[in-house]
Design a protein around this ligand. Structure first.
Ligand code: HEC
Ligand code: HEC
Length: 267
């Protein structure tokens, strides 16, 4: 049987099978490899293309048609998706007019538009990326971890932003903004990109864990004072000093009057 079956095969069968096999490998290669290269290649995804189009409408007047920068705005090559997400998410960009420091405001762009422009700018050169949601979620932190976040904040950030994150003035009319109401993702991104005079805090200095704890601390500080007229709101030394003065001196006056009236009675 075995002998017969081999004999029945055509003499050209073996080479033919080989050729067929090679052909198949070639076809599979042609199908699989280039397509995976396409999805990995920058500049070709639809999101990136949309981002580029939006960029050229809203940002290129200052940052150049290809993000190379102009006299009105810096080059965005290598600033990373995190920088765009931060600048647009906090409403700083697009800047209304060239100025010293773009203020925080509500963004006119949708999250989809921001992420499209972020993906486009990320293709210009490697830079810090947007963090995963779990990294910026402080909800599972223990009290000790929150306290550690407070220590980290006091060591690294309070010099400019004040111990409770209320912000402060910097030389030359610039300022470190208050950190109340800033989204966790933007707190993370600010540390990684260091906008304006703020230093960059790399993962070697502030690990992702540290970052989550700092975010947790800032949320705690923010929720501690429920706002409204009753809280002093950490408004600073003037108001707090004024209150200390009013309550303190007022209290002394009351006590003095009380002692005086007692003294008068005992005479
Ligand atoms: C009117 C000019 C102007 C326009 C329009 C503008 N920018 Fe900017 N942009 C600036 C200037 C000036 C700076 C540097 C000052 C600063 O960082 O606050 C800057 C900084 C940035 C940075 C930070 C760069 C870095 O080195 O980290 C990013 C990211 C950015 N812009 C993105 C955008 C995007 C995206 C748009 C469009 C949606 C845009 N900008 C529109 C002027 C502009
Ligand atoms: C040397 C001063 C300095 C230090 C230290 C500093 N920052 Fe900043 N920070 C700034 C300045 C200045 C800005 C405003 C940048 C701008 O307007 O583009 C800023 C902006 C921010 C913002 C954006 C707030 C907003 O309005 O959207 C966050 C969040 C932030 N800093 C967090 C931190 C954290 C967390 C630390 C410590 C790990 C820190 N900063 C340390 C100066 C500083």
């Amino acid at each position: 049987m075995k002998y017969l079956s081999t004999r029945r095969r055509h003499p050209a069968a073996k080479p033919l099978i080989l050729v067929l096999a090679l052909f198949l490998v070639g076809a599979v290669y042609a199908l699989v490899i280039p397509s995976s290269q396409v999805s990995a290649a920058p500049g070709l995804s639809q999101q990136v293309q949309e981002g580029k189009a939006l960029f050229q409408v809203s940002c290129s007047s200052c940052h150049g048609l290809n993000g190379e920068g102009t006299s009105q705005g810096p080059s965005l090559v290598g600033v990373g998706a995190a920088s765009v997400d931060f600048q647009m998410g906090t409403g700083r960009m697009p800047m209304a007019r060239p100025g010293q420091q773009a203020p925080r405001k509500d963004s006119e762009f949708s999250p989809e538009e921001i992420s499209a422009i972020s993906s486009y700018v990320a293709t210009l050169g490697p830079g810090p990326g947007i963090p995963a949601a779990s990294v910026v979620d402080p909800s599972k932190l223990t009290d000790e971890e929150l306290a550690r976040g407070g220590d980290l904040f006091k060591t690294n950030c309070s010099a400019c932003h004040n111990v409770s994150g209320q912000g402060g003035a910097l030389p030359n009319g610039k300022y470190a903004p208050p950190l109340t109401g800033v989204q966790p993702v933007h707190i993370y991104e600010a540390m990684r990109i260091g906008p304006q005079q703020m230093p960059v805090f790399s993962k070697n200095v502030i690990t992702d864990e540290d970052a989550t704890q700092i975010i947790g601390y800032l949320e705690t500080v923010q929720n501690r004072n429920p706002g409204g007229g009753l809280s002093l709101g950490n408004l600073g030394p003037v108001t707090e000093g004024l209150w200390a003065w009013v309550v303190g001196i007022g209290g002394l006056v009351v006590i003095a009057t009380w002692i005086a009236s007692k003294g008068a009675r005992s005479k």
